[in-house]
Design a protein around this ligand. Structure first.
Ligand SMILES: Cc1ncc(COP(=O)(O)O)c(C=O)c1O
Length: 285
């Protein structure tokens, strides 16, 4: 069955409706999360749900659910939809209220919507690597919030697609920030380097997992800015994200990264990352 959650209720997808004055629909006034499901179990659910609540706080919106309440709702959705391998998409908007830029009255309750989707792992991209373009980062200055407002990201991704590439690597004043739907790390002389978790990037849950893996396996890493020049001179480069896991970049605007194949440290991180998934969700191959 294909159920969705609307404000805590399980409804058939075909019967779910959004009010035209939902503030998410009108303004993109809300926040969202995407959680991966492997073997019918959520991966890093607490981290995603904590970030959702945190994103809400950053836009002045109190999400009326706790992490454990949300988790219970999601577990039941997985069961009802018999989801084995896929994603959960959830969004919380500032509620339904007559259109007005100012926030609605405090008694307007945020709207929660969750749905699930069956989707396989990005095996081919992970094994073969992907091509990317470079794109100026024209987004706002609160990229740490997982906001529904994604126009900058969408326009960047579209440019990549039109160029026959998977992702657009964004840069601001010569500093590489992140992709349109993923974080980016470079590897130079055995060290993993990724942009600090500040207001210019989304602090990816996958990014944090990868850094934890580095910490626990004595792989040198740094959360420091790096330039377009550093990107061009990197030995290996990879994307990280809920949907892309650890995906190697093998070509930037037609120029090969290293030998143009998946590098050894990226491969090692992929294996260790799978280990993390298996710790939470059981064997995945
Ligand atoms: C702009 C952006 N950066 C990074 C990420 C990766 O975050 P996570 O690992 O939490 O999925 C995403 C994922 O949606 C994203 O949209």
């Amino acid at each position: 069955m294909d159920y969705v959650i609307v404000n805590g209720e399980y409804i058939k997808r075909s019967e779910a409706k959004v009010d035209i004055e939902d503030r998410g629909y009108q303004f993109g006034d809300g926040v969202y999360e995407v959680i991966r499901v492997y073997n019918g179990k959520m991966f890093t659910a607490s981290e995603h749900l904590e970030r959702l609540i945190e994103s809400g706080k950053k836009i002045g919106m109190e999400i009326p659910y706790t992490v454990s309440e949300l988790k219970q709702l999601l577990v039941e959705l997985i069961t009802k939809n018999q989801l084995v391998l896929g994603t959960l998409y959830m969004q919380v908007t500032r509620g339904t209220s007559p259109r007005n830029h100012a926030f609605p009255a405090a008694d307007v309750r945020p709207n929660l919507v969750v749905y699930s989707k069956e989707v396989g792992r990005p095996i081919e991209n992970m094994q073969q690597g992907v091509k990317v373009i470079l794109n100026e980062d024209i987004r706002w200055l609160l990229c740490d919030i997982k906001s529904l407002n994604l126009l900058g990201n969408l326009m960047a991704k579209q440019k990549a697609v039109e160029a026959g590439c998977f992702e657009a690597i964004q840069h601001r004043d010569g500093i590489v920030t992140e992709g349109s739907l993923s974080n980016i790390s470079i590897i130079k002389d055995g060290k993993v380097i990724t942009h600090p978790a500040d207001n210019l990037i989304l602090n990816g849950i996958t990014r944090q997992k990868v850094l934890g893996i580095c910490r626990n396996n004595d792989i040198p890493f740094a959360e420091t800015t790096f330039t377009l020049e550093d990107l061009k001179n990197a030995d290996e480069i990879f994307l990280s994200g809920t949907t892309v896991e650890v995906t190697p970049i093998i070509e930037i605007e037609g120029k090969k990264v290293g030998a143009g194949t998946v590098g050894p440290l990226t491969k090692k991180l992929q294996i260790l990352f799978e280990g993390e998934i298996e710790k939470e969700c059981g064997k995945i191959r």
